[in-house]
Design a protein around this ligand. Structure first.
Ligand SMILES: [Zn+2]
Ligand SMILES: [Zn+2]
Length: 180
């Protein structure tokens, strides 16, 4: 089995963002991370009417590729949705080979009172969502600890409040998954 987690840039060219996420992945997961060849988003995932991409179709597309990696994490600037959610920050197979994160809404303000999102804050949000979605691919579900990266975060304030790290409990679950 390959021991590399591969980032797949899907219509995104922000190399600093990709590098920052790639550097963070091995601090949580015991695998190396590499940035793989970029690709276009699969046309089959585009919903012309909504102007959004269906995340589940992108996951299927990634998982069916022959890239030699233990996990594939897609990153895109496109806006994503699922049949049950109007928009999502990311989606993953639980567990499974593929996950995806969208940067589309992660630069937005969470409240009118907040200052505009700065670059380090934007990057930290993408890192948290990437680490979170990878957690699902290793069987982790949502965590009740608000500082744990696996806490559910539909709102920006909750993303900003959590850390980039797994809590101790989730770390044990991850170890169990990886040694099973
Ligand atoms: Zn989640
Ligand atoms: Zn946790």
């Amino acid at each position: 089995m390959s021991s590399v987690i591969e980032l797949v840039a899907l219509d995104i060219t922000d190399q600093e963002l990709l590098s920052s996420l790639c550097a963070e992945v091995p601090t949580t997961y015991p695998f190396q991370c590499r940035i793989g060849a970029a690709e276009k988003l699969p046309v089959s995932a585009l919903d012309m009417h909504r102007g959004q991409y269906q995340a589940t179709r992108i996951l299927e597309h990634l998982a069916s590729s022959d890239r030699d990696a233990v996990r594939l994490l897609g990153i895109t600037t496109a806006d994503l949705f699922t049949p049950i959610l109007r928009y999502i920050f990311g989606e993953a197979m639980l567990p499974g080979k593929a996950a995806i994160v969208s940067t589309h809404r992660l630069g937005n303000l969470s409240r009118g009172t907040q200052p505009p999102c700065d670059r380090p804050l934007f990057i930290s949000r993408v890192i948290k969502e990437g680490i979170h979605e990878l957690g699902h691919t290793f069987g982790l579900t949502h965590c009740a600890d608000p500082s744990c990266v696996m806490t559910a975060s539909r709102e920006m304030a909750r993303i900003d409040a959590k850390s980039t790290q797994l809590c101790r409990y989730c770390r044990i679950l991850l170890d169990d998954f990886l040694t099973a």
